[in-house]
Design a protein around this ligand. Sequence first.
Ligand SMILES: [Fe+2]
Length: 326
Amino acid sequence: MDAPETIFHPVTLSSLKDCFKDLAFDLYLLMPTGKHIKAFDKTTGLDFSRLATYEAKGVQYFYVTREEVVLLDEHLARSPMFMLTNPETPVEGKKKAFLTVMEQTLFEAFTHGSTTQAAIAKAFEALRASLQSDRDFLDTLTLLLEVCPKDDSFLRHAIGTSIYSYIVATLNGMSSERSLKIILFAAFFHDIGRLRLPEDRRLAYQNKSIEEIVEFRRHPLLTLETFSASLPFADEEIRTCILQHKERLDGKGYPHGVKGPSIFILARILAIGDAMSEFTLGMEDGHFYTKAQALAHMMSEEGHFDRKLLAPFANLILQGSTPKAA
Ligand SMILES: [Fe+2]
């Protein structure tokens, strides 16, 4: 007698992008022949780098067998973002979830050649190790979750900005642990001052009147005022980074209109990471830009960003050229 045929259920690739790596089930790909082949194995887990590759090839669905649907649902129900924002999650769980979201964000930035992905994966391992052993990281994470416990978009923006800024810094040859830590910690908090504004005026394009624009442009100062006594705000360079992240090279930025090299180099890097994250999360003008569209926009803005710092990042995103490992 023939063995009973296995029944498969589809799962969207995008839902898996928000998951942990430790799968308790196998994931299959549907081949043009109609057969299913294993794409991810429960013993090896989910690989975000390969997930990004599949996405780049146009894959939209994976499949699980009928017996494993319950396990899949349980897995999807405990996404890292849910774990992060759930007050019940123990501190170690939050730390793990936070690093997972950072890792996913990093891999989502790259869908190009395998050499690039390998170099980035190596760089991330250094970042993960450095954060895990960092005494201040846990306090920083706790504070971050305290100030934006329910606001997914600001949390995502904090993480996106940190990852993009980290990449820009490493591509420009910065490898000192101190510089990278300043960038990351400043990025986590750079926009938290916006949460003091009314909910419908926290994004630049929502502020229409002169008074609203003036108030909105005080948000770097609001961040510093709010947390002046808290970690990591005691660090003067982190404070400068936050204060200057909306300044422009031509002096037309805010809050102080600082110009050119007078803008702290790490703040110029943060400005690039911040813009990339805002464009792709729909925070700039309400439109969700692709990474390429975001870069095109940033490159076209004469006098805004530091072009020398932006160029290797643009090459990496647009052409997938190999970055220097951190
Ligand atoms: Fe921002």
